[in-house]
Design a binder for this molecule. Sequence first.
Ligand code: F6P
Length: 342
Amino acid sequence: MRIGILTGGGDCPGLNAVIRAVVRKGEGQYGHEVIGFLHGWRGVMENESIPLTIAGTRGILARGGTVLLSSRTNPFKTYGGEASLRKTLDEMSIDALIAIGGEDTLGVAARLADAGIRVVGVPKTIDNDLSATDVTFGFDTAVQTATEAIDRLRTTAESHDRVMVVEVMGRHAGWIALHSGMAGGADVILIPERPFDIDEVVAYLTSRHSAGRRASVIVVAEGATALEGTLETITGETDDFGHARLGGIGNRLTEEIERRTGWETRATILGHVIRGGTPTANDRLLATRFGLAAIDAVQAGEFGSMVALRGTQIVRVPLAEAVATLKTVPEERYAEAEVFFG
Ligand code: F6P
């Protein structure tokens, strides 16, 4: 078989480990040819690809980013949808596709599967917000990097009696903020699932201050919002999938805390720092297992499926189920973090 593979959406540590595993097992054990489409769905629509071989994918396991490049192209919006895609697949004699992506890339894959295209999905996103899998690779690396940053910010906050606001990615789900905040001992964590009350945030800081703790660290997810009508925030332009470009809440909170308390407050926007760089051992392992499982799914003819982690097992789930709902932080998980606020 000739199998196409692509990486779409925001990049994520571990993508290269998936590619390497697909090629290693696809070529080495099944005798398939693997073709890499460049820049996600755009490469399929514009027929831009490179051959992938075992020899050519050596040494990429620990490399961040994606050797196949990525984009947020929505083939149903920017191009003629399924028809142009079929044209490339026919021209290239591609028998099956492996799409590695998050909700948007896999949403496209699910629509294509419905239209009869032979596609298998692999879940990736640092946000960990895909509901059909217990974890997505890239999340562990993002949490580790954010936690290291929080540890560093804590010591400088303490030297200067400052409040540090640390903004991390997560537009609809606060998993990164929750996990890195808990691991880094944050004094307040703000997530999109729970609109915050600025009075309550200031009250937490004030109670710490009264108890003699003059430095505080607040971890905020980029998608966190204040309770309606309590704090004005800014939203940016939207991408091909209609998502607003975020990244303003950390600065807005910083201004407001300083204005209300008079304490020196600084913002650090970790942004893409937590999405780049070498994957952790856990992410390399999960990504490798996903890659092996994806090529097995192709071999078994299980199209329209996505590989997923359930407990310690890698399983196959329907793509449609995988993109149906986002996995957000449940109340009880936030309650665990709240014990440590203030
Ligand atoms: O891929 C998910 C993500 O990292 C989100 O957490 C974040 O909101 C978004 O990507 C940023 O996208 P971009 O790199 O296109 O600005």
